[in-house]
Design a protein around this ligand. Structure first.
Ligand code: FES
Length: 78
């Protein structure tokens, strides 16, 4: 089982992480059949001046400015 973490800390929440979660939950289950989605609080990637929230993490890889396309690309690349 692969783990996809979606950050729902304040920065990421304000920039759309819950919308990402909603879209992922609405997706065809076959596309995410071996992926477990977890919500997490701040993973500290938002702390730098060049930060681009919202953040997600897939199998340890940080995805900045996360959107559905980036997340799916990351999942299908594994
Ligand atoms: S709130 Fe998401 S990385 Fe800090």
């Amino acid at each position: 089982m692969k783990i996809l973490k979606i950050c729902v800390g304040t920065c990421c929440h304000l920039l759309g992480s819950y919308e990402l979660v909603d879209k992922l939950n609405e997706m065809d289950a076959q596309r995410l059949y071996d992926v477990k989605i977890e919500l997490t609080t701040c993973i500290n990637s938002c702390q730098s001046k060049s930060a681009q929230p919202p953040y997600a993490e897939f199998n340890g890889k940080i995805i900045e400015n996360a959107n559905i396309d980036k997340i799916l690309n990351c999942i299908t690349a594994t």
